[in-house]
Ligand binder design. Structure first.
Ligand code: NOJ
Length: 518
């Protein structure tokens, strides 16, 4: 297996320098024509990632899975699902990525397995099985489930299902096909650590920790009722468990863990990062609910800096496979496309690691999914639509994603939004993203420079990076005049029509990056 790329001699670390690009493998590129993306499809499109200068690619789960939750229901943590390819395909992919200086991050799903995982099959087999306690089994109360916990998926309802055979209820924080592992059992913790080691030995550079708050629950399984604490997640034991995970990852040099942290507030989020012995990075799911308002963004950015006093490193993301794409989510008044471009500038110019969800570099909106093609239990099909690579007029209805029938509909207007068309257009969102990525790669101030808020009026979010750069985003639906520092020079604008002089007026949802005079 090829060597892992070396880190530069100086800080920042690889996971701070540039973007982590999230691939949702089912929808990235399909090499075998079955309508579902696969590893060979991804391997054939690595040039796209290189042109975006990504530091790392994060793959949503590619493990053996019955696909009830499209891979987040794992039946074997140490193999690749045949739908995606083989373990050898993955090894080859990792090697090719490393040759290009791209790290590979896998999605580790520690809270639950598939109900078809041999561990669960043994556990449900009998109350006396050695694996019984690897999952959370309880007697019901008054003919109903053991407590009031509900699934994270509204459509599922209670987080418990009754198992006729063994006469008890088992816990599932998501679908019934995703039984929760019992992390209070040290054997489970050790087995999941071994899964990490299996992949670390295969040169995997890091992990995204799925639903990590769920691996620590009230061991007494008390109902939430109106309690101030959540009993079903983020229990106090979480920090020791994170330290255990971090110790395993630290057995190997230069690896990274980023957690999906569904915290109540930033205090909660920051508690997962403190001390340098837990997560390297945390995805703040509060961002999902953030409105298009400068105060909301400012609070999220500045409070993080305040609370961590610069000791933790932020991770920024505005889209992923679980939330409506930014171009659709923020589309009030038809401004979605412009706002999506402004968000790209924010991702690359804010202090922190940019996480780019496949298609975000194209400014893709959500796809329209008619009722008869809905497949996800939680309404997430529109943001998971396949990536359009080529114009359907040339490549056929699969838009270069597949020669077969795509598992989800392709986004509307693939003709002009596809990679090939945008690559040929200097004013496209893809061209903008490539410029932003190149700038970040070339400018240490955009990577590690300190960050200070700047007052350019109440509708404008503005900040400096080191002494070198000023970024400004107009959140208003109208043009807004800005008084920029004397001598500030325009580096780039998200408005494709803007060129030359530093602006005195920012267009609606326009974001600019300026170089400050030295
Ligand atoms: C979070 C993942 O991002 C989501 O897609 C999945 O359904 C749940 N965790 C359960 O694994």
């Amino acid at each position: 297996m090829g060597g892992r790329p070396a880190s530069g001699p100086a800080a920042p670390a690889w996971w701070q320098r540039g973007a982590v690009y999230q691939v949702y493998p089912r929808s990235f590129a399909d090499a075998d024509g079955d309508g579902v993306g696969d590893l060979r499809g991804l391997a054939a499109h690595l040039d796209h990632l290189s042109e975006l200068r990504v530091e790392a690619v994060w793959l949503s789960p590619i493990f053996t899975s019955p696909m009830a939750d499209y891979g987040y229901d794992v039946a074997n943590y140490c193999d690749v699902d045949p739908l995606f390819g083989t373990l050898e395909d993955l090894d080859r992919l990792v090697e090719s990525c490393h040759e290009r200086g791209i790290r590979v991050v896998l999605d580790w799903v520690p809270n639950h397995t598939s109900d078809r995982h041999p561990w669960f099959e043994a556990s449900r087999g009998s109350r006396d099985d050695a694996k019984r306690d690897w999952y959370v089994w309880r007697d019901g109360v008054d003919g109903g489930p053991p407590n009031d916990w509900v699934s994270a998926f509204e459509a599922v309802g209670p987080a418990w299902s009754f198992d006729e055979r063994s006469g008890q209820w088992y816990l599932h924080s998501f679908m019934a096909e995703q039984p929760d592992l019992n992390w209070d059992n040290p054997e489970v913790e050790a087995a999941m650590h071994d899964v990490l080691r299996f992949w670390l030995e295969r040169d995997i550079d890091g992990f995204r920790l799925d639903a990590i708050v769920k691996i620590a629950k009230d061991p007494l399984l008390r109902s939430n009722g109106s309690a101030a604490l959540r009993h079903h997640e983020s229990w106090g034991s979480i920090h020791e468990r994170l330290r255990g995970i971090r110790r395993v990852v630290d057995e190997y040099p230069d690896r990274m863990i980023v957690g999906e942290v569904d915290a109540w507030d930033l205090h909660g989020l920051v508690s997962f990062l403190k001390g340098g012995d837990q997560l390297h990075l945390a995805h703040n799911l509060l961002i999902k609910e953030m409105p298009w308002q400068p105060e909301a963004f400012a609070a999220s950015i500045e409070d993080f800096e305040e609370l961590t006093e610069g000791t933790a490193w932020p991770a920024w993301f505005f889209s992923n496979h679980d939330m409506s794409r930014a171009a659709s989510r923020f589309d009030e008044g038809g401004q979605g496309a412009a706002r999506a471009r402004a968000l790209l500038l924010m991702l690359y110019a804010l202090r922190g690691t940019p996480f780019i969800y496949q298609g975000e570099e194209l400014g893709l909106p959500d796809a329209v999914v008619p009722p008869e093609r809905v497949v996800d239990v939680d309404g997430r099909d529109p943001e998971r639509a396949p990536l359009p690579w080529r114009p359907p007029s040339e490549a056929g209805p699969g838009a270069g994603f597949t020669d077969g029938e795509p598992w989800l509909p392709i986004v509307d207007d693939a003709e002009s939004l596809c990679v090939a068309r945008q690559a040929a257009d200097a004013g496209s969102t893809l061209a903008l993203t490539r410029r932003l990525a190149a700038l970040r790669a070339a400018e240490p101030a955009l990577q590690g420079g300190d960050q200070r808020p700047c007052d350019l009026g109440h509708t404008v979010l503005a900040w400096t990076r080191g002494d070198a750069f000023l970024a400004a985003v107009n959140f208003a639906a109208e043009p807004v005049g800005v008084a920029l520092p004397e001598g500030a020079a325009l580096v780039l604008s998200t408005d494709p029509g803007r060129e030359g002089e530093a602006p005195v007026t920012l267009q609606p949802a326009e974001a600019v990056l300026l170089r400050l005079p030295s």
